[in-house]
Structure formats: structure tokens, C-alpha cells
Design a protein around this ligand. Structure first.
Ligand code: SAH
Length: 374
């Protein structure tokens, strides 16, 4: 049996691993032991799992594996941010995941899809189109890899926070993301506390409503605009789920939980959404919701259609929202020298949506028109 035909144990949350064991004639508590070996100690060689019976180790060797995506490249930024380029298929699909060291935490930014279907007009992943959802194993493997790389280097804690803010829209790969998050929270796996795992969404309203029923994760919402006209342009998903519905889902998510807050993300785009008028509109919209506001300076990439607002404009926006009682932070761009900042993640993959080809074509047309005008 080749490795790829074996069952990759990274795909199982606790419930799934227990039933896999029971179906194969083992006791469920063995599943919990195995999870500790794999996720907590980072041991992937079954022969080293000395508290398992010889029979069980033989079974695992024969039928199971712990398989990561191939590391195609690893880059280190001047500010300590690390980026991994991971090959997820025999073919040429690659995704990225980013580790961001801060004073008291180690945050991992995890991808949920190969590409993205949403086509936000300012995001570089969007320009590349979409190939497929990541599997549970491929999502969990990003954390396993980063966490155990850190521990092997002698880092005291490993990964302390996870943000689902890499490539893709996590709520459009709902079941796999939830199973992966189960493992992040599980005491036999990564044991992260509930406030330390964040899903970021462009606003898939029905999935936001479902989220509350299945897990207790922190929620970030990519708002980026204070009215539907502008948001339709920046986040086309808004045409399906407009701001009013989105904010209703946000309120429902925090209602009845004192510790829950929505993080609203707002990318600062020069001359688009960054005026004091926009700030006023924004405060009116989100003022009543327990929330905080993250201003994200736009991170440029080749051929981007936007520029970042200047610092004075960002500061003015922030001072206004702060003065109206909204906790507001400006996110520092991290890892921008290695293209690891928000919206710069762009592993190479085969685009099945053909959007990247259309984008290249429209760029050529824009450039052609510019040349003709001169
Ligand atoms: N699909 C999810 C996760 C996407 S990435 C979502 O939309 O929330 C995480 C954040 O980075 C989102 O808020 C996204 O809008 C933002 N982002 C995308 N491109 C960016 C860029 N070029 N500069 C700054 N932020 C960007």
C-alpha cells in the first residue's frame, strides 16, 4: 500500500478518530492517546508510541499515516514573520500559511481553500481564482507543522493563536473548518482557548447563523465599507448578503454572550472608503454592536487597482471612531517584505474558475487603453 492510499490521521477530530478506532476493534481511549502523540508531542512515527500495544502499532503502520503537504518554500521576514508555501496536490496546487510572532503570542494565519471564489476587488488571492476546498487534514497540517517546528526549535509555547485569515473563505468550507477547529480547542490536541481562534468571513450570512450552533469561535467580519453601494464594489458577496442582513447575523452571534465581540475588519483604501464621512457612516452602522474595529492598511501587490490610504488619513479615521467609543486598532502590516501580509497570499495553483485569465485580460485592456490615451 502506498502512503497516499493510507488513512491520513490528521483528518480526524476526536469524535471521528474514536469511531475510526471502534470500527477497527479498538477502544476509544486509544484515540485520545494517539491524538496526544500526534498533536501534542508531534510524534508521527508509530513505533515511538510506546504506550500503544504492538498490535495497534502494526495496524497503524499498515493502514495509517500522518502526512503533511510538501514544504515547497519557507521564507523569513525581517520582522520575524514566517511564511510556508505548501504543495497540496500531486499537481501544481500550493497554499500559504503565515506565522506572526508578537510580544506575548504566536499567531498562525491558516488557509481554508486553494484560492477563493469571492473575488473581492482589492485582494490578490481573488485575482488568482479558485481551485478547491482544503481537506480537514490539510487545514490541521498547517497548525501541526508550524507548532512543532516552533517546539523543535525550543520555543516555549508554540502556536498560541489561530486566525482563519489565509487564502479562502472559511465559511464556504464549513464542515472541514469546523472539524479542524474542534482539534484546535481539544484538550487532547492543541488545547487553544476559545477566544484564541478566529474565523474571518466576508459575510456568508447563513453560515454565520449555523456557526453559533456548532462551535464557540471568535468571529471577524470583513466589512470594508459603510454602505451597500461601496461594499457591492469591494466585496461582491454583499450583493447576495447586504449589510443589513450581515449586521443582523453579527448581532445574533454576540447576543446572549457577554464575552463575545465581533471584530470588524476595514481595509484602508486611498480615496475609496477612508474619509471622515465614511467613518461617520461606519459608526452609525456598528455603534450598537459589541465589537472592535481593525483598520488594515491596504497591502499592495503587482497590478493592484488600489493604493493604501496615507498615515494621516488612517489616524484621522481611527481618532474619529475611537472618539465615538469604538475600540479601534490599526493593524501593523507584518511580513510585507515576503508578501505574507493580509491579501498578499498567493500560492500558485491551477485556477478552475478561469478568473485569473479574465483578470489578466482585463489588465491588458486597461493598460492598452492607457497607452492609447497618451
Ligand atoms: N475570506 C475571509 C478571509 C480573507 S483574508 C475574509 O474575507 O474575511 C483576511 C483579511 O485580509 C480580510 O479582511 C481581507 O479582506 C483582507 N485583505 C485582503 N486583501 C487585502 C490587502 N491587499 N490588503 C489588506 N487587507 C487585505
Amino acid at each position: 500500500m502506498s502512503v497516499t492510499e493510507k488513512v491520513n490521521l490528521l483528518q480526524f477530530n476526536r469524535a471521528a478518530l474514536e469511531s475510526f478506532f471502534v470500527v477497527n476493534g479498538e477502544k476509544p481511549f486509544r484515540a485520545r492517546q494517539l491524538m496526544q502523540w500526534i498533536h501534542q508531542r508531534g510524534v508521527t512515527d508509530f513505533d515511538r508510541m510506546t504506550d500503544m500495544s504492538k498490535n495497534l502499532r502494526a495496524f497503524l503502520n499498515e493502514h495509517c499515516c500522518v502526512q503533511h503537504p510538501r514544504i515547497l518554500d519557507q521564507q523569513l521576514s525581517a520582522d520575524g514573520t514566517r511564511k510556508w508555501l505548501l504543495g497540496v496536490d500531486e499537481s501544481d496546487n500550493a497554499i500559504e500559511c503565515v506565522l506572526i510572532p508578537e510580544k506575548s503570542r504566536m499567531t498562525l494565519c491558516v488557509s481554508s481553500q486553494v484560492g477563493c471564489t469571492l473575488n473581492c476587488s482589492f485582494c490578490s488571492t481573488a485575482k488568482q481564482g479558485f481551485n478547491r476546498n482544503l481537506s480537514v487534514a490539510e487545514i490541521v497540517a498547517q497548525l501541526h507543522l508550524a507548532h512543532h517546528s516552533l517546539l523543535a526549535e525550543g520555543h516555549p509555547t508554540g502556536v498560541t493563536n489561530v486566525v482563519m485569515m489565509g487564502m479562502g473563505e472559511p465559511l464556504l468550507n464549513f464542515d472541514a473548518v469546523i472539524a479542524a477547529i474542534d482539534l484546535m480547542f481539544d484538550d487532547f490536541a492543541y488545547s487553544l482557548s476559545k477566544r484564541r481562534v478566529t474565523i474571518s468571513t466576508a459575510g456568508v450570512v447563513p453560515a454565520m447563523e449555523k456557526l453559533d450552533q456548532v462551535t464557540d469561535v471568535a468571529l471577524a467580519v470583513s466589512l470594508h465599507a459603510p454602505n451597500d453601494r461601496l461594499r457591492n464594489q469591494l466585496v461582491p458577496l454583499n450583493r447576495k448578503y447586504p449589510i443589513r442582513e450581515l449586521l443582523r447575523a453579527c448581532r445574533a452571534y454576540v447576543d446572549g454572550y457577554r464575552s463575545r465581540k465581533i471584530t470588524f475588519e476595514y481595509v484602508m483604501l486611498d480615496g475609496m472608503n477612508d474619509s471622515l464621512g465614511h467613518a461617520r457612516e461606519l459608526v452609525e452602522l456598528i455603534g450598537g454592536i459589541p465589537c472592535k474595529l481593525n483598520l488594515i492598511p491596504f497591502n499592495p501587490y503587482p497590478d493592484a487597482l488600489y493604493r493604501c490610504s496615507d498615515q494621516a488619513t488612517i489616524d484621522r479615521f481611527r481618532e474619529y471612531t475611537l472618539s465615538k467609543g469604538i475600540v479601534t486598532v490599526t493593524r501593523r502590516p507584518r511580513g510585507d517584505d515576503i508578501d505574507a501580509a493580509c491579501g498578499q497570499l498567493a500560492g500558485d495553483f491551477h485556477d478552475r474558475s478561469r478568473r485569473s485569465a479574465r483578470y489578466q485580460l482585463s489588465l491588458q485592456q486597461i493598460k492598452g487603453a492607457n497607452v492609447a490615451q497618451r
